[in-house]
Design a protein around this ligand. Structure first.
Ligand code: CA
Length: 642
């Protein structure tokens, strides 16, 4: 009866609150502590190597029962580089398992390794900091990337293709000399690089590095260990740690903060997951009939409400922030986790790292929780998690429809949804600091593929105008802008048979990779310049980055009396330190040019359907502007010297 593990009596007796779970290394001695409250006996197996099944046992240390269901052992000498597992016996059954608190592992994450973490630090690590310290989440511009996608196409010119180290290489170009990789991201101007899973996951065999394998990695095996297939050597546990830190250092040195995609809501195989091999059934939600809850759609849901699972998640997030200098966390399917767990994780990290940002997928899902009275971290409950932002599927869906249909199908509702989202005032959202605005991410079609599929009759240049209009709304809206890598180069995911790929989680590199060579063509280069200009414009205007709803309501107004399907907004100057006298936004998804009245004053154009940036594109002082079909127009009011 696994719900026994959720009772108050069990938690009072068996909640361990110390910070020494796992292997604690010093040059003289290594101490082990594991939580196994139901065990009859536990031992540590010390191995020479990290490969499961290898006949290289050095010693088996019996462990002694200690506080709150934990077991302890210690070994004198320098164990740095020694591999280990636990053998947990209950009745007649003994399970061998990796350490849930493993800091690194051998190949495929089967055996943990004792590690001197300080020895893995790159030069200058002691003074390494978040390049966006002191800024708010509303100052962020987030770019979502898979490690392999950056460098797996030959046109990247990146030496360490598919590896963490590929993100450390500066000066890489296409054959024609267009910057790629790290230099491209840096020049684009995004503030935060969000990496799809980089913890150890199970769907890529690390022992076959030369075979074509690809997976997004939403199948966690070891939560506190870097993924071995991204390291140049997955067999020696220190290498993946060292190379991931080098990647983060190189990004920080380039002015880019790093966000990790963390998937605590489910594990790869619930029976094989090390925590469940040590404490059967504890980590996962299992109903009265012994069936795994499956709100995640991945076969199991994590029982975040249990005290030692909650502690595990809090400890894990804190560890990445502290040891790896991670600047943000994106929680996969966070609606499956309870708000107390999220708030404790945020609180623990922010004690030392107040600038770390948090956001997640707050969809409401059906899951078999093991305790009554839980509040889950969903969009609708966003007021319970004031420091967690949520992906805004309202603007995603409405914008995709609006730009491809010109709102022509009577989509007044879409305009209402876009209006609310542009103001960061969605019904489910208490604050523009809690909404992540996007129109494409790794899931579903890329933005350009979605447009292509939705507009079979449209010319390519029209589709690009639709793409740019969607981007302009996202990047000038109140909230936190987020984009999928490659959106700025009209990314497509085309299968070998020519069809477009909607779910490329395990598709080959040829489908998923960023095609740098395209940037040698004007069409793609222009799209990139447009995005770069939108980001620069956002960074130049503090009024676009309001952090609370009161400021929005007092300063940002939706304009009434416009032509059908056109949206316009007026944003006052001065707010939040905005240097200009105000901004005016016109979004015209229709296929006609439109005439719009401007408020009094002289207005300078900085964004239109073709160009965006901090260079003035024109001036309107007649009070009336004609905007092009399928375009965004953003104007800044010229300051009048008194
Ligand atoms: Ca792995």
């Amino acid at each position: 009866m696994p719900h026994i593990n959720s009772t108050e009596a069990f938690e009072a007796a068996c909640t361990y609150t110390g910070h020494d779970l796992g292997a604690t290394w010093t040059p003289e001695r290594t101490a082990f502590r594991v939580w196994a409250p139901a065990a009859d006996a536990v031992a540590v197996n010390l191995y020479a190597g990290g490969t499961a099944g290898a006949d290289d046992l050095l010693e088996r240390l019996p462990m002694r029962a200690d506080a709150n269901g934990t077991w302890v052992a210690a070994k004198d000498g320098d164990l740095n580089g020694t591999y280990y597992t636990y053998s947990v016996t209950r009745g007649h059954q003994t399970n061998e398992a990796c350490d849930p608190y493993a800091r690194t592992t051998g190949v495929n994450g089967d055996r943990a390794m004792v590690i001197d973490l300080a020895s893995t630090n790159p030069a200058g690590w002691e003074t390494d900091t978040n390049p966006h310290a002191g800024l708010t989440i509303n100052d962020a511009v987030i770019y979502e990337l898979h490690v392999r996608d950056l460098s797996s196409d030959p046109s990247s010119g990146i030496r360490h293709a598919g590896k963490f180290l590929g993100l450390t290489e500066a000066g890489t170009t296409t054959p024609g000399g267009v910057p790629t990789g790290l230099d491209h991201i840096k020049a684009l101007g995004v503030t935060h690089l969000h990496l799809l899973p980089v913890y150890d996951y199970g769907s890529v065999d690390e022992a076959r590095p030369d075979e074509a394998q690809f997976n997004w990695g939403y199948d966690p095996v070891n939560y506190n260990v870097p993924e071995g297939s991204y390291a140049t050597d997955p067999y020696h546990g220190e290498v993946r740690v060292r190379e991931m830190k080098r990647m983060i250092k190189a990004l920080h040195d380039s002015g880019i903060s790093v966000v990790m995609d963390v998937v605590y809501n489910h594990v790869y195989h619930p029976e094989q997951f090390c925590f469940n091999r040590i404490v059967p059934g504890y980590f996962s939600r299992i109903d009265e009939n012994g069936v795994y809850s499956n709100g995640s759609g991945c076969g199991n849901d994590t029982a975040s409400e249990r005290s030692m699972v909650r502690k595990y998640i809090v400890d894990s997030v804190s560890y990445w922030a502290e040891e790896y200098h991670i600047d943000g966390f994106r929680f996969d399917l966070v609606g499956l986790l309870d708000t107390r767990t999220i708030n404790e994780a945020v609180g623990a990290v922010r004690q030392k790292h107040p600038d770390v940002i948090f956001y997640g997928e707050g969809w409401a899902m059906d899951t078999a929780v093991t305790k009554p009275g839980l509040i889950m971290a969903t969009q609708e409950n966003s007021r319970e998690t004031p420091s967690l932002a949520y992906f805004n599927d309202t603007i995603r869906n409405a914008l995709r429809d609006a730009v491809t249909s010109g709102c022509a199908s009577g989509l007044d509702g879409q305009n209402a949804a876009i209006r609310q989202s542009f103001m960061g005032l969605n019904g489910w959202c208490a604050s523009p600091a809690q909404t992540v605005n996007y129109v494409s991410c790794h899931d579903n079609y890329t933005l350009m593929d979605h447009i292509t599929r939705s507009t079979p009759e449209a010319a390519r240049e029209v589709r690009i105008r639709m793409n740019n209009l969607a981007a302009a709304v996202c990047l000038t809206a109140q909230g936190v802008p987020f984009m999928q890598a490659g959106e700025e180069m009209l990314r497509t995911k085309r299968n070998p048979d020519g069809t477009l790929n909607e779910n490329s989680y395990n598709a080959p590199d040829s489908v998923n990779s960023l095609k740098w060579l395209t940037l040698e063509e004007a069409e793609y280069r222009n799209a990139y310049e447009y995005y770069r200009g939108l980001i620069a414009f956002r960074k130049a205007h503090r009024a676009l980055r309001l952090t609370n709803a009161d400021d929005v309501r007092a300063n940002l107004t939706a304009v009434n009396g416009l032509p059908r399907d056109v949206l316009a907004f007026h944003l006052k100057g001065g707010v939040n330190g905005e240097a200009s006298d105000g901004l005016f936004f016109i979004f015209n998804p229709t296929e006609s040019a439109q005439e719009i009245d401007l408020p009094a004053g002289t207005w300078d154009v900085y964004i239109n359907g073709d160009k965006a940036g901090t260079d003035m594109l024109g001036t309107i002082d007649s009070g009336l502007i004609t905007v092009e079909p399928i375009s965004a127009t953003v104007l800044v009011k010229r300051q009048v010297s008194l």
